[in-house]
Unconditional design. Structure first.
Length: 245
């Protein structure tokens, strides 16, 4: 297995074309490749950009974009509005100002749908049948410094490797263990993409023999409703509040 970074031209807000970048910079793809693309360039492709000077209240924008939120004044240091968006715990609903040239860049809309569109486009262009696309972002984990990668949306692969029913090295049957394949791949890709001026918004994961490819939408297999999550005693702080209007 190897990960190949793809350096590209900058995609420029407020709107640019991801397909022209894919055509110009992607090498020939192989059967079984997984293409990981940062959410920022997908959002720019969709025109999900707002001039900072045109947004009088950033916190109001964050709350509008979030599914649920905890306000800035309740967060240690008042550094961020803490939010959940698209089943992901992330500050500021994923709104980003870095490498944005004076714009707020929002999270992509219908990330799974655009992942499918890109996946089908690349399959046809490269004459391959097994291919997957994962849209990534960086976020922080509770009680850890530093950012890691997470999948925002994906298409073309099963998100989980199911170990239930198998046995451990001592013969004990596993009852609940599953591996999160999409976020594991996203974490490695985001590490290689970097957080500054690298201009490597695309990573190709090649030789991932553990990936099961599919032509079905599988996102719902990954996510858990908050009320069923073992972390709900913590998430209740979000969901016990009134949802945004």
């Amino acid at each position: 297995m190897k990960f190949i970074t793809v350096k590209t031209r900058p995609l420029l807000p407020p709107k640019d074309n991801i397909y022209s970048v894919l055509d110009e910079y992607l090498p020939s793809l192989h059967e079984g490749d997984v293409i990981l693309i940062t959410s920022k360039v997908i959002a720019i492709h969709q025109g999900r950009c707002l001039k900072i000077e045109d947004v009088p209240d950033k916190d109001a924008l964050i709350k509008k974009e979030a599914d649920v939120y905890i306000p800035r004044e309740d967060v240690p240091g008042n550094h961020v509005v803490l939010t959940v968006k698209d089943y992901t715990l992330i500050p500021t609903a994923g709104i980003d100002e870095s490498n944005a040239n004076g714009y707020y860049i929002l999270w992509p809309k219908n990330a799974n749908k655009i992942a499918k569109e890109i996946c089908n486009y690349l399959k046809k262009k490269n004459s391959v049948k097994k291919l997957a696309v994962i849209i990534t972002d960086s976020h922080t984990e509770p009680m850890r410094y530093g950012v890691i990668g997470v999948s925002v949306g994906f298409f073309g692969l099963e998100p989980l490797a199911d170990h239930r029913g198998k046995t451990d090295i001592f013969g004990r049957k596993l009852k609940i263990t599953r591996s999160n394949v999409v976020d594991a791949l996203a974490t490695t890709a985001v590490l290689l993409m970097g957080e500054g001026a690298e201009q490597t918004p695309i990573v190709i994961a090649r030789g991932c023999n553990f990936v099961k490819f599919t032509n079905k939408h599988t996102y719902k297999k990954l996510v858990i409703s908050p009320q069923e999550d073992i972390y709900y005693p913590l998430l209740e702080r979000f969901y016990g509040r009134k949802k945004k209007k």
